[in-house]
Design a protein. Structure first.
Length: 152
């Protein structure tokens, strides 16, 4: 069955800057994504093509609802001191006016297993290859398959 892609209006937000390591937290040298990448690689998900930081967006006033992730990894031990977490990934595309769309993922650490750095209920994190020209506060359009996640 082919995916039905829902267009999602969103606004770029500044995140906790932990995924990218730009917050300088010595507990996560180079950022959480750099630490997680080899673990996900062993589990069968290659994130080497993606920027090692998340694009945080608000879909407010809408909210998202998880339907069926493309992939889920449970009990992932990626940090020596933090408890294991569950992660799901959903297909996503960033639409750029006059340009080709950029394929990526919604990166979804399950809130019930995430020990800290929680997101508001209207905020999603995305993984894309590096995309220039994006700025905090910018309005963008994303696409997510409704079979995987619904934004309403």
């Amino acid at each position: 069955m082919e995916n039905s892609w829902q267009k999602v209006p969103a606004r770029i937000l500044e995140g906790h800057r932990v995924a990218s390591g730009l917050n300088g937290n010595p507990s996560y040298p180079g950022g959480t994504l750099k630490m997680q990448q080899p673990v996900f690689q062993k589990l069968g998900l290659d994130l080497s093509e993606y920027y090692p930081g998340t694009l945080n967006v608000s879909v407010a006033p809408l909210k998202y609802r998880v339907v069926k992730p493309r992939m889920t990894f449970r009990n992932v031990h990626w940090h020596p001191d933090d408890p294991p977490e569950d992660f799901s990934f959903f297909d996503a595309r960033l639409l750029r006016e006059g340009e080709s769309s950029v394929a990526g993922f919604v990166y979804y650490p399950h809130p019930e297993t995430k020990p800290k750095h929680f997101q508001a209920s209207d905020v999603l994190e995305f993984l894309f290859p590096f995309v220039g020209g994006l700025e905090y506060g910018m309005n963008i359009t994303l696409e997510i398959p409704t079979e995987q996640m619904v934004v309403e």
